[in-house]
Structures are given as C-alpha cells and as structure tokens.
Design a protein around this ligand. Structure first.
Ligand code: BES
Ligand code: ZN
Length: 644
C-alpha cells in the first residue's frame, strides 16, 4: 500500500515536471548541446523528486514543488590570497505554473547581482541566517528559467579548506579542497542544497597557473587552458543528475598516476608513488563491486589524496573519491576505506538518502557493501576481521548513546557517531543471513537498478523490500523485524555478529595482559592496523603506569607512524593520565584533521579535567587555525571552545 502510494505520487510528480518544461526550449537546448562537440552528450532529463512527508528535508530552504534547480553551471576563480571563490553560478530552473520565486540555500555567500539569461537584473532577498543551515536566498524569477548569480564565497566558508603551503606534502604551494556533505556546499555554491534535489552540473574553474584543479566529474581539459592574467582554467561536467553535496573541487600541486583502464590517483608529487602502490587493488575492487550489484555507471573511478587535515577518511565524490593520507600505512591495511567510498557509487551516489534523516541508506548500505568487496578482494578472514571490529564499534556506540539517538531513521543532528554505519550494515547482513546470499544479492542488484539516480527514504526501501523480496512470506516478515530495525532504538535480537579467528587470537593476548603476563610473553608478530585496534581497544581501561610504559617501550606506541594505532593508544594512555602520552598527543593532534582519529583523543583529554585540558587547549589553540571548518565545529564542542 505504502509502496503503491509513494510510487505513484513520485511518478505523477515527475510527469508534472516534464510537462512544465516548454518543449521547444528543451529541444533547442538539446540541439545546442549536440552542436557543441565537447558537450555531445545530453544531460539526463530532470530526475524525479519524492513528495511524501518523510522526504521533506528540514535542512534546506528549498521548496522544490514550487521551483527547482536542474542544472548548475559554475564559472569561478580560486583567489588564494583572499580565500574566496568568485564568479558566477548559472542555474537552470523548472517551476510550477505561476511560481513567482525560487528558494535557494545560502550560507554566508556574498551575492553581488542576480540576472536572467539576457542580463536583466532580478530582485532577490536573503532572510536572516541560522548558524547551521544558513539562510534562504529568495529570487523573484518571473518567467526566467535560467538565472545568473554573481557572487563570491567568504574566507570562512564551511565547505572549503584553504591550506597554506606548510600544511601540504610539498610545502611550497597552497591547497584548496571542498567537502560538501552534509549541508556545507551552500557556503560556496548558491543552489538548492538538498540530497533529494538532483542536479547535473558543469564548471569552469580558474586557478593560478602552477596549480591543477580537479572535480567530481568528467575532466574536459586535463591539462587546463591558458586564461587571462597568467591563470589556468579547467573545465568539467557531470551529465548525471547528482545530489549537490557531491559537487567537489580540489586545487593544488597535483600529479596523476594511472592504476588501471578506468582507475587512477591524483596526489602531490611527493606522495604519488607511495599512494599508487597502496591503491593498486582498486581496479580489482571496481570489478568485484560490479560483479555484486551491477555496472559501475560513472565512467572513471579516480582517487585524490588530500593533505592530512582532510576531516574524513574518505568522501565518495563521484568519479573522484577524496582520501585522507592516514590510510597509507605501507601495508594496504586500510584500503577498506577505498572499498567503502567505491561502494557509495551505488549506495549514496546512485540511490541517495532523500534527507539526512535517512543517512543510514547511504552509510549502512555502504558499510555492508564495502565488506562484501573486501571479502572478494582479500578473502573471508580479512572481511570477518573488519566486520568484527565494526561490531565492536557498534557495541561501544550503543553503550554511549542515549537510546533515541540509536535509531536508524532519526533526527540527523542527534544521530550518534557511526551508528548509522554499523547498525545499518548489521541490519542488511541479518537479512542476508535470513534469505541466503543468492536471493539477497539478486534483490539488491535489482534495487539499485530500480532506484538508480533517485532519492530514497527508509519507508520506501522497506516497501520495496516487502514487494520484491519478502513477497507476503509471513514467517520471513516476522523473522526479520524490519520495523524494529528501522525505527526502534537499540539492537534487535536477530542481529548477526560476525566473529573473526584472527581477532579471537588477539583477545587471547588481551587475556594474557589481564592475567599479568609480561608484555615480552605476548606475540605481536604479524599484527597490522586491525589487530592493534582490537588489542588497544580491548585492554582494561584502567592500567597502572608501569604496565603502560612496558607496552609503550615494547611497541613504540607513542611514536607509532600508524595513525589508527596512535589514536587508539592515546585514548587508552590519556584515560590513565600516562604522562608520556602528552607529548605524543601534542605531536599527533595538530597534523591530523581526520575526525575519526582525533575526536576520540580530544574527548579523552576533555574527560580528564584540568590534566587533560591543560594539554588539549594549547594544542588546539594553534591547530584550530589549520583545521578544516568541519573539524573546528566538532572539536569546539568537545572542548567547549569559545572563539574570541
Ligand atoms: N560520506 C562519508 C563521509 C562523511 C560522513 C562526510 C558524514 C560528512 C558527513 C564517507 O563515506 C565515510 O563514511 N568516511 C569514513 C570512512 C569509512 C571507511 C568509515 C571516514 O570518514 O572515516
Ligand atoms: Zn560513507
């Protein structure tokens, strides 16, 4: 019933939209596109929006049923001195009959002028801003279906990391990167910044001539073109309609190395070779993913290695995954991050959470899918190790979070830590075990096909599951507990816990420590990132200083170059006020921006009152100036930091 309703209203909405595009101008546009050799591929037609109540995005000011953006064309210059992106955004719009205005999202943009395609000025207003969501930019469009916004972003734009040369690997040239998820792109692109409002885009980005621009789309000018004032211009396009959080840009001293027929990596010259070596399973991963859930629909799959201040492990920007350099530990131990971002090419980028309340449809699906790729590329045991660790994380989060924050479908601002990832993945694994892999995989493959390039809600997913997998099987329905999984807090009792033999052995080592065995009696040989994570996180939280010193001395944990090991060790050591950890934290925290690794360390410091805060505050006072705005917001909260 729900499925039928949602399905039909979506379709109806789609038709309404199609009818309101004047057919002649639509055809004219197609002809114009075909006549320009470089744009021979016509963009996809406007994709449908969902109109049900649960698909209403409370984090956007857009009113897509009145007027919506279907295409964004950016013509911007990166001004590194002012830390501003400046130029124009030309928006293509479709509007309901009689719609007088369009509402866009604007977070701190400086709007200079808005005009129609003929250059006639349009009137516009910006309402008062909310610190998180920004403000509605309301444009009186009249009959205009194309508007040109002349603007620039501000130096503190929350999506943009403007890095001085000192924070790069090469240390001689600056670096710029954007991070759109979840609602940050409105700080540099004036558009409707909602995951349910898909838009195709094109861009022309002008940068200093010694730098290279890359984006999350097709490169039309790999080497760039000469532009006025000794600058260089790079052009890009994305013909598929994508949610606007997936428009991404980076500018820096970048070189490229091919990894396979459709895969490659961009990095600063100093880190390119090492990165390429660790990423050489990528082509294999793409094949594995396609074997599971259908063709990779985005053309190339390239990756970009960012400076260490990048706030995330990875970001699934289409055609160009952004990666933290902290995954490069010399042993390919952390390529699960690549499998994860690649998996988003299906779950997230192809089928997208309609609102951030349904974030688990992106992250939970992806965490499940990622593990299936790991299994094909690295074998069952490695996949089991990673799944077992994610179970540990899930248990930890379930303990720490208040119950209401442990629902899969929930308030996006309340949702806790990585719960959407690990609870979501466990949900899907539980279905997999109930129906068997062949049937589940066939279902998932058809699911991605049915919903490709469309937004998705939790209710719509459950309806699809019931219509296409469960098909009225009452016993199966009862066994799965779908609604409990999707809407209730905590973990249903049918949850599947994958256990790994390797980590079972590590648990033996933990028991040895607990029983008082000397550290020299423990066999650490062959341990990689995952074994160390299990070990350090599994040790009793209270350990005497002598014991910590013994561990530190034997394994050199305080100076570990492996950022995962360093983070887990610091949390344990700081929890015990182990003094030598202070210097280690002071060295580690300012040079890493990845929240997953530094947030727990800051939390541990904050948890130790004056002892911890006297370490954290001075470190943060200087590190804060270099962190990405996203990192700053998160750490400010932990340390109750009041910017002066
Ligand atoms: N899409 C996320 C990153 C993200 C999440 C950005 C929430 C903004 C808000 C990305 O796919 C991701 O999940 N990255 C993880 C790595 C993953 C292997 C768990 C990360 O950042 O550590
Ligand atoms: Zn993800």
């Amino acid at each position: 019933m729900v499925a039928a309703l949602v399905g039909s209203s979506t379709l109806a909405g789609h038709w309404r939209w199609r009818h309101c595009i004047p057919m002649r101008s639509y055809l004219a546009a197609l002809v114009a596109l075909a006549a320009t050799p470089i744009l021979a591929v016509a963009p996809d037609p406007p994709s449908p929006i969902l109109t049900t109540q649960d698909a209403v995005d409370v984090l956007t000011y857009a009113q897509p049923a009145v007027a919506r953006v279907t295409h964004v064309d950016l013509d911007l210059t990166a001004d590194f001195a002012a830390k501003e992106m400046r130029g124009t955004a030309t928006l293509s719009i479709i509007a309901a009959p009689g719609a007088g205005e369009i509402r866009l999202d604007d977070k701190g943009l400086v709007i200079e002028q808005i005009a129609d395609a003929q250059g006639r000025p349009l009137t516009w207003t910006v309402a008062p801003a909310d610190t998180y969501k920004g403000a509605p930019l309301i444009v009186k469009i009249g009959s205009a279906r194309k508007i040109v916004i002349t603007y620039h972003s501000k130096a503190d734009a929350s999506a943009l990391g403007w890095l001085p040369p000192a924070l790069t690997a090469g240390k001689t040239k600056p670096f710029l990167f954007s991070q759109g998820q979840s609602i940050e792109n409105r700080s540099w692109i004036p558009t409707q910044d909602s995951p349910g409002i898909r838009q195709s885009w094109t861009a022309s980005i002008t940068v200093p001539a010694d730098l290279v621009a890359v984006m999350s789309g097709e490169q039309l000018t790999p080497k760039g073109e000469a532009a006025a004032g000794g600058m260089r211009r790079f052009r890009f396009r994305m013909t598929h309609a994508v949610p606007p959080y997936l428009i991404a840009l980076a500018v820096g001293d970048l070189a490229f190395k091919s990894l396979g027929p459709r895969t490659g990596v961009y990095a600063e010259p100093a880190t390119l070779a090492a990165a390429a070596a660790e990423l050489d399973d990528t082509e294999h991963m793409v094949k594995a993913a396609e074997g599971l859930y259908g063709a990779y629909r985005w053309g190339r799959y390239d990756m970009l290695v960012l400076p260490p201040s990048f706030p995330y492990g990875g970001m699934e920007n289409p055609m160009l995954t952004f990666l933290t350099p902290t995954i490069f530990t010399g042993d390919k131990a952390n390529t699960d991050v690549v499998a994860h971002e690649l998996a988003h090419s299906w779950s997230g980028n192809l089928v997208t959470n309609a609102t951030w309340s349904d974030g688990w449809l992106n992250e939970g699906f992806t965490t499940y899918f990622e593990n299936r790729i790991d299994e094909i590329v690295y074998g069952k045991e490695r996949a089991a190790v990673l799944a077992d660790l994610s179970w540990d994380d899930l248990q930890r989060d379930l303990k720490e979070a208040k119950p209401s924050a442990t629902r899969l479908h929930g308030d996006p601002e309340e949702l806790f830590g990585e719960l959407a990832y690990n609870k979501g993945a466990t949900f899907l694994r539980t279905i997999e075990r109930s129906v068997g892999r062949p049937r589940w995989d066939a279902y998932l493959r058809s699911y991605f096909d049915r919903h490709a390039f469309q937004p998705q809600t939790t209710a719509n997913f459950l309806a699809d599951l019931r219509a296409n997998l469960i098909r009225g099987d009452a016993a199966l329905e009862a066994k799965l507990q779908l609604d409990r999984w999707a809407y209730q807090p905590g973990l249903p009792d049918n949850a599947v816990h994958v256990r790994s033999k390797t980590l079972g052995e590590v648990d033996g080592a933990i028991d040895q420590v607990k029983a008082g065995a000397p550290v020299s009696a423990i066999r650490f040989t062959g341990w990689g990132t995952q074994e160390w994570q299990r070990f350090l996180n599994g040790l009793p939280r209270q350990l005497p200083a002598g014991r910590l010193a013994e561990l530190d001395g034997a394994m050199q944990l305080s100076v570990s170059p492996n950022a995962y090991v360093r983070s887990a060790w610091l949390v344990l050591a700081i929890g015990n006020r182990y003094q030598p950890a202070a210097a280690s934290a002071e060295e580690f925290l300012p040079r890493i921006g990845r929240l997953l690794l530094i947030r727990p360390v800051y939390k541990a410091l904050a948890g130790q009152g004056d002892w911890g805060l006297s370490i954290a505050r001075p470190v943060y006072a200087s590190a804060r100036l270099q962190y990405h705005p996203v990192t700053v917001v998160s750490i400010d909260k932990i340390l109750s930091w009041k910017p002066r």
